[in-house]
Design a protein around this ligand. Structure first.
Ligand SMILES: C[S@@+](CC[C@H](N)C(=O)[O-])C[C@H]1O[C@@H](n2cnc3c(N)ncnc32)[C@H](O)[C@@H]1O
Length: 349
């Protein structure tokens, strides 16, 4: 045994376990607004923050100590005060930041809750319908992806579509397939009042949540329907598919159907998790997150449907090209944008 290798592995595991143990703590911090309050308050003692937050001081002190040990917040031993640096606030307190990461911990919690179902599925090989997973999964996923969409969708991804902005500004018919809680559909409907938007998903509670989220905005150009990807009816200028093509049981059939929904001038925007084309290329921190999510959610969701293609969240562009162009018959596919978490593809019929 190589002692250095062993120590390196144990060092990594200590970090990993620290992250895993932090899951419920970050959820508490996010849900009670503690990161925001600490940011607003500036350096303060546990007692001062407990008063502001109206929480028990003993619990808060322990939480603050764990957060400081995690380096998620700062601690000054001289004054016995806790604080957040600009960078820590950007990641944990600023809900509009593109790297607001707190919801990722709720996704981790949902994966852990689903462990008994997935463990059983390992033995049976059966799928697990999206709706059979813990109810907080859909919310956690929506919130995990939200910062990326809010910071990139209208600003970079839609403008990168060929003629995308002009179409949307003058008036296009848009379908957002597998829209989940409909955050993307609602963002687009708000940004492009001359266009009509339909968000569809086969998960009824998600569509109910989408309607609820959108209701206060009272957008006349936005509708949500319960439908599987293969059953959406109507003609569209733009079809968007955010982080869900790989979740579908038969993504080829879904893309063939999208092709029929689009006119000759139509276009489909597919947002998929960032991935290289081989496992070796994906052995990195982002691939690690997505392979884990894919084991617990994406593969079981797909296996529960139709042909159970189980593409996996890390299929990579080469495999997606084969699926979209060669198998579903689109004439072209190009990568129009990317972030560390997503790649954005434009497919033309
Ligand atoms: C990872 S979530 C993404 C949700 C949303 N687009 C987002 O980015 O936040 C995957 C979504 O795909 C939906 N889905 C999976 N297979 C589907 C199918 N065959 N037809 C319609 N929706 C599907 C699920 O119900 C779920 O809402």
């Amino acid at each position: 045994m190589d002692e250095n290798e062993l120590n390196a592995l144990l060092g990594q595991l200590l970090q990993d376990l620290g992250g895993a143990f932090s899951v419920p703590l970050v959820q508490i911090g996010e849900r009670l607004g503690l990161y925001e309050m600490l940011t607003d308050a500036g350096p303060c003692t546990a007692q001062e923050l407990a008063q502001k937050a109206d929480v028990n001081e003993r619990y808060l002190r322990e939480w603050l100590s764990a957060q400081a040990a995690s380096k998620y917040i700062g601690y000054d031993p001289e004054s016995d005060t806790f604080f957040m640096t600009a960078e820590q606030s950007y990641v944990f307190a600023d809900r509009s930041s593109p790297v607001y990461m707190a919801p990722g911990f709720s996704a981790a919690a949902a994966f852990a809750q689903n462990e008994p179902l997935v463990r059983e599925a390992f033995k049976t090989g059966q799928g697990i319908p999206w709706g059979s997973q813990t109810t907080c999964l859909a919310c956690a996923v929506a919130q995990f992806f939200r910062p990326g969409y809010e910071n990139h969708l209208l600003q970079a991804w839609l403008p990168a579509l060929e003629g995308g902005l002009e179409k949307l500004q003058s008036g296009a018919n848009v379908a957002d397939i597998g829209c989940g809680h409909g955050l993307t559909t609602t963002m687009m409907a708000k940004g492009f009042p001359n266009s009509q938007f339909l968000g569809v998903d086969f998960h009824e509670p998600s569509i109910e949540a989408a309607r609820e989220h959108a209701a206060p905005l009272a957008l006349g150009n936005l509708k949500f329907d319960i439908s599987s990807a293969n059953a959406v009816s109507g003609g569209f200028d733009l079809v968007t598919i955010f982080d869900c093509l790989h979740d579908m049981g038969d993504p080829v059939a879904a893309m063939r159907h999208v092709k029929e929904m689009l006119g000759a001038e139509g276009v489909c925007m597919i947002v998929e998790p960032m991935a290289g084309d081989s496992l070796a290329e994906n052995l990195n921190p982002v691939g690690r997150l997505y392979y884990s999510g894919s084991t617990m959610v994406c593969v079981p969701t797909s296996l529960a449907q139709e042909t159970g293609a189980a593409l996996g969240a890390q299929a990579g562009e080469k495999r997606l090209r084969q699926l979209i162009v060669e198998e579903a018959g689109f004439s072209s596919l190009r990568r129009i944008a990317e972030t560390p978490f997503n790649m954005v593809l434009e497919a033309k019929p």
